[in-house]
Ligand binder design. Structure first.
Ligand code: NAD
Length: 442
């Protein structure tokens, strides 16, 4: 992952004719903090866990990026993810740089109390290196708003000497973490934000390119009932993407989770499908239209089949590398919206792009989450609390602005959206770095 992230940065920087010093600054993280966390287990024994916080680039603002708890986490992976956060924040046009954190742990093997001790130990270890104007972590794989609350609490305790007297705007300290529960300084609209952002970008794309993409099957002016969508993954991102796309009158014909999926060619009802899945524990049999689920409406499909369905829009929203050399020739969709991180391998990406399939890159498509994290940080810093309507409106403005810049570059230079996104980000970062250096030398 690190090689691939650095590869595309090097290629883009070369296209932009950047000098070697600027390129190396884009590749090398500013700081890599390594820790060994010692945590007391419920049986009284102490266990050690490896942990990291990588601060990649802060040219555009405080480092920003999640903390994941995963047994396979490694320094290299954290560095790759931090690098991609730098690009994502620059693409999204928000004043943050890139960072990422991880603890090598399988949280399923810990009790809730042990997870709390581990979270607090991590927060205490990173406390000297983070802050609302320095580095702003958030939830990621296997971490959540509750964990952010423990971390905020521990961060404030650890730094309590520094914060005497406690500032009148207490939220200013809470702003060090985003993705918090709403009652503890979190923002309304954060849960749906990544899926919502993806739908905003898809609509903006269709507005620009509907004639070009669907010349023979022009959808009507309002809504998209003729356009079919298959979504892989029915978790936070996949579910909200499907739900909000359905609201915009797209036809959702397939969804799946780790156990497989359902195909309802005439269009399924997302809410009823979720309810059915919750009742059964799996999706098979949930062929739901309106409030009724019936075997006549659809059939079960595997995750591989879902990717190869004859749909207009394919939305991988679960895992990385699911579209690869094995299945790339069988993909029939005209548009792929990368809602998961890195769902298409480099080889498959080259093949599909050459074939004229439009790929909305992950750094743009799934940046709605970090964009609302920025809005949470902004509200905390200004001691404000926005309505969900206001958050959604701001998200739409920012996502549409980010899309238009990338679209225009893509059209002008006749390059794919992914290349345009990386160029847009790297240009912003290098201009900012030059500006900062000029300021320092004065
Ligand atoms: P989640 O854990 O809520 O959901 C993941 C979904 O994928 C679940 O439905 C799960 O059953 C399904 N899944 C797991 N293994 C699968 C398999 N082998 N085949 C098909 N489906 C499988 O996670 P999420 O938050 O929805 O994240 C999904 C992806 O989006 C990840 O790549 C994540 O990094 C990325 N992402 C998430 C956010 C966010 O705000 N949550 C932001 C940016 C990117």
């Amino acid at each position: 992952m690190l090689e691939s992230a650095q590869g595309i940065i090097k290629k883009t920087a070369k296209n932009l004719r950047l000098d070697s010093k600027t390129i190396s600054r884009l590749l090398k993280p500013k700081h890599i903090h390594k820790f060994t966390l010692k945590v007391k287990m419920d049986d009284g024994k102490t266990k050690s866990f490896k942990a990291w916080r990588v601060q990649h680039n802060n040219a555009l603002g405080p480092y920003k990026g999640g903390i994941r708890f995963h047994p396979d986490s490694s320094q290299e992976e954290v560095q790759a993810l931090a690098t991609l956060m730098t690009i994502k924040c620059a693409v999204a046009g928000i004043p943050f740089g890139g960072g990422k954190g991880a603890v090598a742990v399988d949280p399923k093997k810990l009790t809730e109390v042990e997870i709390e001790r581990l979270s607090r130990a991590y927060a205490a270890a990173v406390a000297p290196y983070i802050g609302s104007k320095v580095d702003v972590p958030a939830p990621d794989v296997n971490t959540n708003p509750k964990i952010m609350s423990w971390m905020v609490d521990e961060f404030i305790k650890t730094n309590s000497n520094k914060f005497q007297p406690i500032p009148t705007n207490f939220n200013y300290l809470r702003a060090t973490f985003t993705g918090k529960p709403v009652e503890n300084g979190g923002s309304l609209g954060r849960t749906e934000a990544t899926g919502r952002g993806g739908v905003i970008v898809l609509k903006a794309l269709l507005e620009k390119a509907r004639d070009q993409i669907f010349e023979s099957a022009l959808p009507p002016k309002r809504g998209y009932p003729n356009l079919t969508i298959a979504v892989q993954g029915f978790g936070n991102v996949g579910y909200y993407f499907a739900k909000l796309a359905e609201k915009e009158e797209f036809r959702i014909v397939a969804v799946s989770d780790s156990k497989g999926g359902v195909y309802v060619p005439s269009g399924l009802n997302v809410e009823t499908t979720l309810k059915c899945k919750k009742e059964k524990g799996y999706l098979a049999g949930c062929y739901c239209k309106g409030s009724v689920c019936d075997v006549r409406y659809g059939r079960p499909i595997s995750n591989d089949e879902l990717l190869e369905l004859p749909v207009d829009i394919l939305v991988p929203a679960a895992l990385e590398n699911v579209i690869n050399s094995k299945n790339m020739k069988k993909i029939k969709a005209r548009i792929i919206v990368e809602m998961a991180n890195g769902p298409i391998t480099e080889e498959a990406y080259e093949y599909l792009s050459k074939k004229g399939i439009i790929i909305v890159p992950d750094v743009l498509a799934n940046s709605g989450g970090v964009t609302v994290s920025y809005l949470e940080w902004y509200q905390n810093m200004h001691n404000e609390k926005w309505s969900e309507t206001k958050v959604n409106k701001k998200l739409k403005e920012l996502m549409e602005k980010a899309f238009i810049a990338i679209w225009q570059r893509s059209v002008t230079k006749k390059i794919p959206l992914k290349q345009a996104a990386f160029e847009e980000a790297i240009e912003k970062l290098s201009l900012r770095a030059k500006h900062l250096m000029a300021k320092q030398s004065h």
